[in-house]
Design a protein around this ligand. Sequence first.
Ligand code: 5AD
Ligand code: SF4
Length: 449
Amino acid sequence: MISANNLKPVIDKGLKFYIETYGCQMNVGDSEIVVSILTSDGYTHTENIEDADIILINTCSIRDNAEQRVWGRLREFSSYKKRRPSLIIGVIGCMAERLKERLIESDCGVDIVAGPDSYRTLPLLVNEAKSGGKGINVLLSREETYADISPVRLDRNGVSAFVSIMRGCNNMCSYCVVPYTRGGERSRNSDTIIAEVRDLIDKGYREVTLLGQNVNSYNYEGVTFAELMRRVASLSPLLRVRFATSHPKDLSDELLETMASFPNICKSIHLPAQSGSDTMLERMNRKYTRSWYLERIGAIRRYMPDCSISTDIIAGFCGETPEEHEATLSLMREVGYEFAYMFKYSEREGTKASRHMKDDIDDKVKTERLTEIINLQNELSLASNKRDIGKRFEVLIEGPSKRNPSELVGRNSQNKVCVFADTTHKPGDYVDVIVDDCSSATLLCHLAE
Ligand code: 5AD
Ligand code: SF4
């Protein structure tokens, strides 16, 4: 067997590994890199945990509940290990970086701890574990982008793929653990990105999402994010291009102009606001004001009147007053977001907020505020979907509907889920649909003539 990545002959080590992924899309992309690295070293990927000699869990630290879920899984894995003592358990990703030896010292039978920049050393760490030791590498790097590694796609539909274009983050939002778990920002060589997307097109993929913690600050030897988008979108008119996530401070007119001028760049922007209050934005160290953010929303609408806009909101950050909370609700109404991810603030050790501010909002109040935010967003999503009734959209088909196999599911350019009765088309096809009805989450459509 020849390894795809380094053309070295690979010796089959006869061991099977299973990988489970939590957290953001970046983590999904990272798991694909890990599968590539380990298969190139002779291990076999299995999707059946019962079959595995090695279990890896790719973890998230963004909020305490994300970590609690992983601890729960680790306890289950350690009960497998009691039955099969040779089982190797590895924790990788953000929690590995944050907790380091603490994971090994837990009673969950953890053998390997690998941070997000150390995946190339996983074969060595596995060897260490095989010989009865513990494999730990949590070094962060200024350069690592895994640029030369061809990810092994773990998605099933063969239609859309994630392509990681940068790693780490320099923004230092006061609540956020990411700069500590993923290190500083670095952009991936643009030629390797183009080569990876070309390869995906050749394999029949129809959609790529360019990923990074802060994609729009991408800059590789003078190639800006807008320039990269132009290059990627020019590869094939049949390829849809999306990206996530953007920081409002880096949303340039050059990017908006580029998005507007390519029909295959999807008209959908995820632009996390976090809060609608200037005093709160200041405490969060977001580096923009409400009016500055609204000016950028205005710019999106000027360039692309049909662009959908989504956001992230945090409820109950340190010292949040009722007025600051109201300002968030009013921002949401003013923008009329299509979609939002909404969270209760969760203090993370080591961040600026945990060092210098007090997590002083009662959990009951956080929950009440979050509920208000979620209810408002449901109204806004429903209102936005209702405005689409009667409209015609091009949809990229992803697969059959889970509820009804005679229906297909896909997304329109605005990233809204469209469901329609159809038994003739297949995943990867583009079809035109007309919207008949909706819920707050889905457009119910029929095929256009
Ligand atoms: N508590 C709650 N939500 C957080 N996020 C980031 N850090 C925290 C935290 N400590 C949210 C932000 C970010 C999204 C990925 O997660 O909204 O945009
Ligand atoms: Fe979670 Fe953030 Fe790490 Fe992604 S980068 S896995 S969201 S902590």
